[in-house]
Design a protein. Structure first.
Length: 297
């Protein structure tokens, strides 16, 4: 008699099935003078019984480029832990300037609330999570909670407020973006056509507008100036080996939030650069998940 060569295995289900929705148009916006561009988002939707919190991921890219396919590892891990995760694109410099990307992020939040039933979202539980330039936009979304600012486009009957913000090595104060770095680097950030100048002033910054050309606009671009008692809890992280974004940016934000009585947790990751493999490790994602679960569930 020949012994059958097989093994019997009963699998315990611990991870949900993740549905993906790609290139979903969430807004139509003006580009070069005409409303002619669809902004897209990608969704990761866990297949679970109850409506789930949603985390809106805002990729970085120095305000000059963006990919809503980025950071798939951490986005997938968040989805496996029971969050719908939306990754968005937004308008970029130099064809667009401040506050266009902030308007886009708020449009994405309203779109998700308006379509919460379709995507199995709990509209009362919304967080934003951004890296680098995306961290700046996520911060803006949080500090303008309860303020009728930067809301344009469709679904204006829905709120763009958020319940929590995750800011990883983000920009906060454009005036101090080069702090702690060399004099040459500080000069690079302030003179045209730096990415920050292009973000504030658009194509004009290619020739004659440096970062400090318009002090009033520079002031309005600082998300810390909008903090109120409606600002939600923040999780801030910054790498000790970051040679692109000064840690002063994260320290200033953390101190401003604490000064105004807002719950802020700040982590200094000693061996982390500006993005990179350290940010994909379990220690980082577990902190993110704990923070989001505490504030969204």
């Amino acid at each position: 008699m020949i012994k059958e060569n097989y093994k019997e295995l009963k699998v315990q289900v611990k991870r949900p099935f993740i549905k993906t929705v790609s290139n979903l148009s969430y807004a139509q916006v003006a580009e070069l003078g005409a409303i002619n561009r669809d902004l897209k988002m990608n969704l990761l939707i866990p297949q679970m019984d109850e409506p789930m919190p949603v985390v809106v991921f805002v990729p970085g890219g120095r305000f000059l480029y963006v990919s809503n396919d980025s950071n798939i590892q951490n986005r997938l891990r968040l989805a496996e832990r029971g969050f719908v995760v939306a990754s968005i694109e937004y308008r970029l410099a130099p064809n667009n300037n401040f506050p266009a990307p902030i308007i886009d992020l708020k449009s994405a939040i309203r779109y998700l609330r308006a379509n919460a039933e379709t995507y199995h979202i709990n509209p009362e539980k919304v967080a934003v999570y951004g890296e680098s330039a995306g961290g700046y936009m996520a911060t803006f979304a949080g500090t303008t909670n309860g303020l009728d600012l930067f809301n344009e486009g469709r679904y204006l009957e829905y709120s763009s407020d958020v319940n929590a913000v995750v800011d990883l090595f983000g920009v906060t104060n454009l005036e101090t973006i080069g702090a702690d770095f060399s004099e040459a680097q500080q000069k690079y950030h302030k003179e045209p056509p730096s990415p920050e100048s292009l973000f504030l002033y658009g194509a004009d910054a290619q020739v004659n507008q440096g970062l400090e050309s318009n002090p009033d606009k520079l002031k309005t671009s600082n998300p810390m100036s909008y903090i109120t008692d409606k600002t939600p809890p923040f999780l801030i992280m910054h790498g000790g080996e970051d040679k692109i974004m000064s840690i002063t940016e994260s320290k200033q934000l953390h101190e401003a939030l604490c000064h105004n009585g807002i719950d802020s947790k700040f982590y200094f990751i000693k061996n982390a650069e500006h993005s990179g493999v350290v940010w994909e490790q379990d220690e980082i994602i577990n902190i993110l998940i704990d923070f989001l679960k505490h504030n969204l569930t």
